[in-house]
Ligand binder design. Sequence first.
Ligand code: ACO
Length: 435
Amino acid sequence: MSAPAKRSVTITLDGSNRSTSLPLLSGSVGPDVFDIRKLYGDLGVFTYDPGYGATASCDSKITYIDGDEGILLYRGYPIEQLAEKSNFLEVCYLLLNGELPNAAEAAEFHDGVMRHTMLHEQLRTFYNGFRRDAHPMAVMCGVVGALSAFYHDSLDIHDVESRRISAFRLVAKLPTIAAWAHKYAVGQPFVYPRNDLTYAENFLYMFHAVPAEEYKVNPILSKAMDLIMILHADHEQNASTSTVRLAGSTGANPFACIAAGIASLWGPAHGGANEAVLKMLAEIGSVDNIKEFLADVKDKDNHTKLMGFGHRVYKNYDPRAKIIQKACHDVLEELGIKGDPLLDLAMELEKIALSDPYFIERKLYPNVDFYSGIILKAMGFPTSMFTALFAVSRTVGWVSQWKEMMEDPQQRIGRPRQIYTGAPQRDYVPPARRG
Ligand code: ACO
């Protein structure tokens, strides 16, 4: 809960004698917020905030971002420290439970998650309903939504144990669902999970292995995969997380809520940006074309965006982008990929954009997606899988946020208001009398 108000703001409606005093609430860190809940009751007016850029929609203890300073904390721990010292399942435990696990808790959590990696066998047949060239995100929306038709025993959202099992199921099954979306697209047999592997290793195994030969997980790839998953695990009240919370606020089951989050993540302004960055780099083609491309970006009539740049909250370098940029160099070097033309192009594009007044004035910096596509490509993932991988990593954040909301006594259905600008009430006109 936020701290009780010590200060308030008084608002007086011009031209009337109506005024109200609104409490100013404080979190543990970050700017204070005005509690506007009684504004309509006292003054008969709502607030207007398209895109919710100035609105705090909930109390949360999970993730904190200071966008001006470029700081990202999961449960108080800096992303840089977690990226260097932790592992993805430990971060999952932290996000879901609030504290880092001790050795026994970590082992129990690992078993709890990994015991749920298989899919109900009937779910296999779902894949056959899709075209082979279906986008993996389309498959993910469908199959994740369908989980609610298979796991009826964990759908009671008011039961703590049901919520715990659903959380395990979602975190455990998303890698299997995503890996199988890829296998279906390329016409290879589905590879069943192996619970003796780590979470990241198991995903790489299901994605790359074929029954015809032994597959050994490359430790460089599994380390990079684990890092990418940590960096994408949560990001406070972004579009997809807010979608999950909004769907959950109606009492919808967690599988349906996460399917809604996946749909929201798909867009190029959000998680779809990693795929869009690679398409953009391919279109630019060479360092020589950067100036011309950036001229298009700056031309307001052109509607071209520099994908992987800009963020609603970060007005500084996205700390995840810094980590992933370094990882990108390390992985390419460790894999023996020398002078990757895409990376060279991306770095030159970044350098030119960061010294251009258009981007400086608007505080536009690279976000996590600017480099994630390059590293994922080097790791052997097709471009169409990039956003699906983001969804796999973000599932734990969505589930943590959904769980926190369900445990919040203040929780009520999410229901924004509007300024209506359409026709006022009027009478129906019969067809013969319409102009
Ligand atoms: N390229 C060019 N101009 C940009 C970019 C960009 N990538 N991003 C913002 N701008 C411009 C806007 O046109 C606007 O200019 P104006 O003031 O002259 O009108 C100004 O910068 C402010 O931008 P907004 O659109 O108000 O920023 P908003 O917070 O609404 O959008 C967003 C944030 C969606 C991320 C935007 O920066 C964008 O589209 N970036 C490219 C897509 C992308 O990389 N998305 C991934 C985000 S991170 C993630 O979801 C994991």
